[in-house]
Design a protein around this ligand. Structure first.
Ligand code: KG4
Ligand code: ZN
Length: 340
């Protein structure tokens, strides 16, 4: 099927045209990051208004870049949730309007489901597999048995990994979103320079916790004021990144051992992190299992990733009813209950 995919769950207005859930003909991402950076985080009302402004131009560009006409589109996949309600509504309403006016089906997709299947745009993976999703709102380990069939094995009990990166960067005096900036500075820092905690690492569960790590960064900065740029800042970034990676790698290894998984998919914006990518590569090499971490351009929010599950659902006539609404919170484990 030739699908149009639309994503507006947070601060990126994105649209893509994808054939058969694998061939990306176009992918357009309009980021609002510079606007929200002024406020130190995403302002929901501004995000919705900006999506409203950008949604039509972004969709038109995606169709144009793909070299097709709107009339060639056979279905629409759109993020239904989780995310900011007002932001989600813009993409969801656009998707419904396009589908209704053209007489084609649409399907509302879970944003995290999209992140996981971004890996399939590069290489199909055999089910079942283990997925580690690390983004601004998620730090979750899922056992993935098939499209729509997810079981949460572990999750954060407080901050998500991306949130910890962004909040810690802010404490260090860097602008929002600071994850990529910490990554860059960490490359020239000493990861053993600052002693930081590894929260819940040895508690014997698959739970994550990052809020204590952020507090430890706050306490360190209070005692040792940081200037930008400086070697001290690079050392703190490297030490922080190593602490996050140590916990993510340790818990992922435990989940692999417990589930007997033969393949790991690492997904979400934090999967762009160079330290995490190399540590996960080492882990899977050690355990002799397969690994998929999408190219960084597919790890952050984009629309093409939604077309993979979207194509599966629409090809199997699992389209969404017209009365369906967006949902700001949505548990991935509940999706299997909707399947036949
Ligand atoms: O998946 P994503 O684009 O949006 C959400 O669904 O949340 O993830 C965004 C998160 C932000 O917290 C951002 O700082 C983080 O991913 N991120 C990174 C890197 N690039 C993006 N964190 C660490 N290192 C990076 N290189
Ligand atoms: Zn995301």
């Amino acid at each position: 099927m030739l699908l149009l995919a639309i994503e507006t769950s947070c601060d990126e207005t994105a649209a893509a045209v994808v054939r058969d859930g694998r061939e990306v003909l176009s992918s357009v991402i309009s980021s609002q990051v510079a606007i929200h950076a002024e406020y130190g985080g995403v302002v929901p009302e501004i995000a919705s208004r900006k999506h409203l402004e950008m949604i039509c131009p972004v969709i038109s560009q995606a169709v144009g870049d793909a070299g097709i006409a709107m009339s060639d589109i056979e279905g629409v996949a759109v993020t239904r949730g989780p995310g900011l309600s007002g932001a989600l509504l813009v993409g969801f309403s656009a998707a419904k309007a396009i589908a209704a006016s053209r007489g084609i089906p649409f399907v509302g997709v879970h944003h995290i489901e999209g992140h996981i299947f971004a890996a399939f745009l590069e290489q199909r993976v055999e089910f079942p597999f283990l997925a580690l999703v690390v983004s601004g709102g998620h730090t979750h380990l899922y056992h993935v048995e098939g499209f729509g069939r997810y079981t949460t094995l572990g999750r954060t009990i407080d901050d998500a990994a991306g949130e910890a990166f962004d909040k810690s960067a802010k404490i260090m005096g860097m602008p929002y979103p600071g994850g990529a900036l910490i990554d860059k500075r960490a490359c020239s820092g000493n990861p053993d320079a600052v002693r930081l905690p590894r929260p819940l690492m040895h508690d014997g569960t698959l739970k994550f916790s990052f809020s204590g790590l952020k507090t430890a960064v706050l306490q360190h900065v209070a005692k040792h004021p940081i200037t930008i740029p400086s070697q001290d800042l690079d050392d703190l970034c490297a030490s922080f990144q190593q602490a996050v990676c140590d916990v993510l790698v340790f818990k992922t290894e435990s989940a692999i051992n417990q589930s007997g998984a033969r393949h790991l998919v690492v997904a979400g914006g934090v999967a762009c992190n160079s330290g995490l990518r190399s540590r996960m590569t080492q882990l899977c090499h050690k355990l002799q299992i397969g690994l998929s971490i999408p190219h960084p351009s597919l790890c952050g929010d984009n629309a093409a990733m939604l077309a993979v599950p979207g194509d599966y659902y629409l090809s199997n006539r699992l389209n969404s009813p017209w009365a369906q609404d967006v949902t700001a919170t949505w548990d991935m484990d509940s999706i299997k209950e909707l399947l036949p």
